[in-house]
Write a protein that binds this ligand. Structure first.
Ligand SMILES: NC(=O)c1ccc[n+]([C@@H]2O[C@H](COP(=O)([O-])OP(=O)(O)OC[C@H]3O[C@@H](n4cnc5c(N)ncnc54)[C@H](OP(=O)(O)O)[C@@H]3O)[C@@H](O)[C@H]2O)c1
Length: 254
């Protein structure tokens, strides 16, 4: 349960090795030595993430197995994370996601469906399971890592972009459905984040870092915001961009 200063006692990160997810959990856990549950697929990367969190000041770090594509398991994963945390989950970070390889995925194979399955179907299923838990508790916040890529989908990455557009819309609706329940949703829309997911790619203008996304997220949680853009000016930039004529938008380079 959050204390009088808004500090949290327990955090669940779905996609527990995510650089951004771990950066957010580190900032949230430090003030009260909170319990963090990392939910993910690979023991090694979860162990590395757990070590980072312990160094950052988390009180207890546990791991549970979680695959975003295994939707039938999501209720049980959330239940088990809540039990592991000792009852309630104050913040659930939906941090899993895959970028895919647009060119290769357009050409064939199952890459495009994997991006859609993890980023959209997985987010819908895990988001609803998380919301059921927070409704039962009567408090808590889901932090949904969306992307500026979903605000207006671009030719260059429309498979990933459309999956993030879908998940962003889903969490907007979920946020409205939770009104009055005591639970809430914070949608985080980062631009290009220089990190593991974008390694080897040329940073886009207004690029940012996992740490900056984490700081903006924690500030938005304290201010009880519903949406946060990182960095902030992206909101205005995208307000203009979304009205560009289609011909001009199509010519925006990747
Ligand atoms: N990096 C950016 O530029 C950027 C910008 C805007 C938004 N975002 C969004 O922010 C979120 C976090 O990204 P990040 O930068 O922290 O990237 P990251 O470090 O690559 O984290 C993504 C995480 O998703 C996990 N994941 C992938 N498929 C999964 C599955 N089927 N089940 C469970 N976990 C799965 C990965 O774990 P495995 O070890 O299991 O693969 C990885 O830990 C993503 O949703 C991303 O779309 C990122």
């Amino acid at each position: 349960m959050r204390d009088a200063l808004g500090s949290v006692g327990s955090v669940l990160v779905l996609g527990g090795a995510s650089e951004i997810g771990v950066a957010i959990a580190s900032l949230l856990a430090a003030p009260r030595s909170a319990t963090v549950v990392l939910a993910g697929r690979h023991g090694d990367s979860l162990a590395e993430a757990a070590a980072t969190l312990e160094r950052a000041g988390a009180g207890r770090v546990e791991t549970v197995r979680f695959d975003a594509a295994d939707v039938a398991s999501h209720d049980e994963v959330i239940d088990s994370a809540a039990r592991t945390a000792g009852g309630d989950l104050d913040v659930i970070v939906v941090a899993f996601g895959v970028l895919g390889d647009q060119q290769a995925d357009e050409a064939g194979g199952d890459g495009a469906v994997r991006v859609a399955t993890v980023n959209y179907v997985g987010a819908v299923s895990a988001g609803l399971a998380a919301a059921r838990q927070l409704r039962r508790q009567g408090h808590g916040c889901i932090v949904a890592l969306s992307s500026v890529a979903g605000e207006r989908v671009r030719r260059a990455n429309f498979i990933y972009g459309s999956s993030k557009a879908g998940m962003d819309g889903f969490f907007q609706g979920l946020s409205d459905s939770l009104a009055g329940s005591g639970a809430s949703v914070l949608i985080v829309r980062p631009g290009f984040v220089r990190g593991r997911m974008t390694r080897g790619m040329k940073p886009a203008p207004l690029s940012t870092t996992p740490e900056a996304v984490a700081e903006a997220t924690v500030k938005a949680l304290r201010g009880r915001s519903a949406v946060v853009w990182v960095p902030k000016p992206l909101r205005v930039v995208m307000a203009v961009m979304r009205h560009l004529p289609r011909e001009a938008w199509r010519r925006i380079p990747s």
